[in-house]
Design a protein around this ligand. Structure first.
Ligand code: EPZ
Length: 422
């Protein structure tokens, strides 16, 4: 019987040196389904070698597309043979972004049937805005017994007003609207870097999208989209996680191949803590020169402090000097990692969407379990700071969104490994 795996982290080693960040998970999982909208083969480069990308390669294959994928390199998708319009339950459950096949298939063939997705359990994560968005451009969309459906004989551009800023629904409506008849305007659109990257990818195929990165995205529908070769942007959240790891260990690292302006909200908070952050053209240096002060953090939609960095950051704050207040405004249940880090001696109190973190002198290694992707990253951050050895169970969560994170950290001097256990 193949044993399960656990990660082992020995704390107390300051991270030093240079590391290159991988391509972005949340951009890759939007761009890969978008290849189905093309009438010709597309090649997507700079893809991270992560489980979410592997799952999407399998989904496109099960739909009949010809997929040539070299992990950690590029993926060539020839959508021409794809005749499917239904994603299997098993594949849909492997990641949250499987629901992007709704928009891609609706735009490709007017019919899409996708079981409700998997992904991190960080809140209820409804999909009402996705369905509302599809309905606003002429589709019948709904959910019947755990199956999301979207159908239209003729998608027609329209005005889409989201009740809140939602990355997923913005992506899904973009995917469907690029081939609708007429113009679509998305109001209250998400502005994350991966939204801009998706728009750039679609425009490289001949789509006509303006305003990505602002609150209002305007899409002029076209009949055909041609093939393209496109490299996705670097991963904003991996960059931030590495920056936080350097701050946590009192280190001095340079993250290469990133986009510093994407990191402004985190950089500002690290500077507030007393950590030195220096931006270069496509690199960021994080250098700890003294004690790290407690701060207050409130997650916001981009360009605010990203919710995906709240968990690694709140792990760092458990040893900051003073008491920090962390408010999670995006998801209603994104502090479960702190229940785990309490086992290491952290002093944390959670009241609804706010964590009150009283900095302690030192954490000590303990066994813990990752409950979701970024919670797993938070446990690594805590382990890097702790005295002794930390065991992290369910590290598979981490593999969904970080490409070979142990190798990257080990190259910076971390003592981190993975072993099977029975
Ligand atoms: C995307 O999730 C990301 N996932 C998440 O990253 C990220 O945390 C989130 O955006 C916010 O930036 C991917 O890109 C694959 P939302 P998504 O729709 O699209 C509510 C990670 O760790 N909402 O922006 O699911 C929702 O409940 C993952 O990489 C509705 O109410 O997030 C939440 O409270 C975790 N109805 C808020 O909006 C809807 O129809 C924002 O969700 C849609 C969303």
């Amino acid at each position: 019987m193949a044993g399960k795996e656990r990660m082992l982290v020995t704390g107390g080693h300051a991270l030093e040196g240079q590391v290159r960040v991988s391509g972005g998970k949340n951009t890759a999982v939007a761009v890969i389904p978008a290849t189905l909208l093309s009438d010709e083969p597309c090649t997507v480069e700079n893809l991270p070698d992560i489980d979410d990308v592997h799952a999407l390669a399998d989904i496109l294959t099960e739909l009949g597309a010809k997929v040539e994928y070299e992990p950690g390199k590029s993926m060539r998708v020839d959508p021409r043979p794809a005749e499917g319009n239904r994603v299997s339950y098993r594949n849909a459950q492997r990641l949250r972004a499987s629901y992007y096949l709704l928009g891609a298939l609706l735009g490709r063939c007017g019919k899409a049937y996708v079981p409700t997705p998997g992904g991190c359990e960080i809140g209820s994560r409804p999909v009402d805005q996705h369905l509302k968005g599809f309905q606003s451009i002429g589709a019948e969309a709904g959910e019947i017994g755990g199956l999301l459906t979207a159908e239209s004989d003729c998608l027609t551009g329209g005005d889409v007003f989201f009740d809140m800023v939602t990355v997923g629904a913005t992506v899904n409506v973009m995917l469907a609207a690029v081939k609708a008849k007429g113009n679509t305007v998305i109001y209250n659109a998400a502005k994350e870097p991966h939204i801009v990257d998706l728009a750039n990818f679609l425009n490289s195929m001949g789509a006509r999208i303006k305003g990505a990165g602002t609150d209002i995205i305007r899409i002029r529908g076209v009949q055909r989209l041609h093939g393209t070769t496109y490299a996705v942007i670097p991963d904003q959240i991996e960059t931030g996680t590495l920056m936080i790891a350097a701050a946590a260990t009192g280190g001095d690292i340079i993250v290469n191949g990133c986009i510093p302006t994407h990191m402004d909200a985190l950089s500002a908070k690290l500077l507030e803590m007393g950590v030195k952050v220096t931006d270069y053209d496509d690199a960021i240096r994080v250098h700890v020169v003294g004690p790290r002060r407690a701060i207050n953090v409130k997650t916001q939609v981009y360009p605010g402090f990203p919710t995906d960095l709240q968990q690694p950051m709140s792990a760092l704050l458990t040893t900051a000097r003073g008491t920090s207040i962390v408010t999670e405004t995006i998801f209603e249940s994104r502090f479960r990692h702190l229940d785990e880090i309490r086992r290491m001696g952290a002093r944390v109190r959670v009241v609804e969407r706010t964590a009150i973190i009283e900095g302690v002198q030192e954490l000590y290694g303990a066994p813990m379990t990752a409950t979701d992707l970024r919670a797993g990253a938070a446990l690594i951050i805590a382990g890097l700071m702790a005295r002794g050895v930390t065991e992290i169970y369910e590290p598979e969560f981490i593999d969904r969104g970080y490409e070979h994170i142990e190798d990257k950290l080990r190259s910076l001097g971390a003592v981190i490994s993975r072993e099977e256990f029975c």
